[in-house]
Design a protein around this ligand. Structure first.
Ligand code: ZN
Length: 480
């Protein structure tokens, strides 16, 4: 296993990474609340942690990567009510779209996407334990609140002092709470909402508690690495720490915290709740997944980035095309003639340089996942090879593979230089819609046998087609 260092938000220092039971690594990243389509800001966090998981795996760590899905919350209930829809079904549809975007982006490192509502019995156990241990109390309406004052370490991660949140200025007083900073872990249900029976009456889980229950169940009471966007540090991650450590008595809940920098849009916060967002799916359609990954990884993951629609990705498209030119040429030659193609051997000096560069790329990325510097080094390699592009076709297959080694490194860790259309996703994303069009035409002329045949053929190929309320969606079947 390669030595890795990373910036830990809790200690505010760069530390050597030491998993609890190497080579295993438990990685948890806060996932999506799928009440609306994913935006470009979400894509950044998920591509960055995809890179983290890919790199750790390359270096010999066995990463188990869990990303939760908050499939029920106030916003989902409100959105569903507007559309006279079921909140759980709405979440499911947005989640399927999100998974398709992730597939197209090459984000395939997540092992498991648990849904919050699948963990209600375990959530009830944790809420009960917190009440029994005196950390939580039951309010008059049957909701259960965590009492922040009972957990003195609250605020350690974010640096927010609880005293700054004490009653007084500009805090709305909720009569159900003992103190304004207390937060709900079990919400008494309003009639018509999805709800579950509990010792305190019908209700549903609060937000923070689902994370600690799922990590406890899937990764253990203490695990290695927690990641998310910086905007979740307070109160969400403070709340996670308090709930887990109070419920289990084991600390720290997690040994390393990694937070990605914020994405603004033309200078303003990008947020679904403000409506100031740029669709992830649209950006992939317009520029392709590689350009988007390049955009995300060409900045250090902790830096704030500003997204200017049109401009940001337009600039990246040109830069990425320059960067990828020799890789593209090499791939074309190898694809055409195969790895055993005849030709001249590559000059030893150049082959050595490629090998040294791969080692340099690994050590650069192993220092706090500095993908920006790694990409800068790849640009250096591209400059060197660009002069050689006309001579590439005289080289033998082994020589081309040697020159390709730095790009192959980037394919594995950064997910760049995948040949569009040659990947599972790329080809399917083009072909499946054509078949679904043919199926829709068959149905519209009443030829349901033909429509069913197309669906069954796709199923045999591992593609699931789903019809719901007038629209048709597709996804890859879950691996069995
Ligand atoms: Zn979370």
């Amino acid at each position: 296993m390669r030595r890795v260092s990373l910036y830990d938000s809790m200690t505010r220092a760069t530390r050597g990474f030491a998993p609890i039971s190497p080579p295993r690594v438990g990685l948890y990243v806060c996932g999506l609340t799928p009440y609306a389509p994913a935006h470009v800001g979400h894509g950044r966090t998920f591509v960055i942690f995809d890179m983290v998981a890919r790199a750790l795996r390359r270096w010999g760590y066995r990463v188990f990567y869990v990303q939760n899905v908050t499939n029920l919350d106030d916003k989902l209930i409100a959105r569903a009510a507007e559309a006279d829809d079921d909140p759980l079904a709405l979440a499911e549809r947005h989640f399927l779209d999100f998974r398709r975007s992730m597939e197209r982006l090459g984000v395939r490192s997540v092992n498991y996407y648990p849904f919050a509502t699948d963990y209600v019995p375990e959530i009830l156990d944790q809420v009960r334990a917190l009440v029994d241990r005196g950390f939580a109390y039951v309010a008059s309406d049957g909701s259960v609140y965590f009492e922040v004052a009972k957990f003195p370490r609250y605020g350690a991660l974010s640096g927010q002092k609880v005293t700054a949140l004490q009653p007084g200025a500009r805090v709305e007083v909720d009569p159900r709470k003992r103190s304004p900073e207390d937060f709900v872990i079990w919400k008494a249900a309003t009639p018509g909402e999805p709800s579950w029976e509990s010792p305190w009456g019908p209700g549903r889980p609060g937000w923070h508690v689902e994370d600690t229950v799922m990590t406890g169940k899937l990764l253990g009471a203490r695990y290695d690495l927690h990641g998310a966007g910086l905007d979740l540090i307070f109160p969400h991650h403070e709340a996670e720490i308090a709930l887990s450590e109070a419920a289990t008595g084991l600390a720290p809940m997690v040994n390393y915290w990694m937070h990605t920098g914020l994405v603004s849009m033309t200078g303003e916060k990008m947020s679904k709740s403000i409506g100031n967002v740029s669709s992830l799916e649209q950006a992939i359609d317009d520029f392709g997944p590689a350009v988007l990954r390049f955009y995300y990884l060409n900045a250090h993951y902790r830096s704030a980035v500003d997204f200017v629609p049109g401009k940001s990705l337009e600039e990246c498209r040109e830069a990425y095309a320059r960067l990828a030119l020799p890789a593209t040429r090499i791939a074309e030659l190898l694809e055409r003639d195969g790895p055993d193609r005849a030709g001249d051997p590559v000059p030893a000096e150049l082959a050595d340089a490629a090998g040294e560069l791969v080692e340099q790329l690994d050590s650069t990325l192993a220092e706090d996942f500095n993908s920006r510097e790694a990409i800068a080094a790849l640009f250096g390699w591209t400059r060197r090879l660009t002069e050689l592009v006309p001579q590439l076709e005289h080289l033998d297959g082994a020589g081309l593979a040697q020159l390709d080694a730095p790009y192959a490194w980037a394919r594995e860790t950064l997910g760049l230089f995948e040949r569009e259309g040659s990947t599972r996703t790329g080809a399917w994303a083009r072909v499946v819609p054509l078949l679904l069009d043919a199926r829709a035409r068959a149905r519209s002329r009443g030829d349901f046998a033909e429509a069913d045949r197309i669906r069954e053929e796709l199923r045999a190929l591992g593609i699931v087609v789903e019809d719901s309320s007038g629209s048709t969606r597709w996804r890859f079947a879950d691996p069995s």
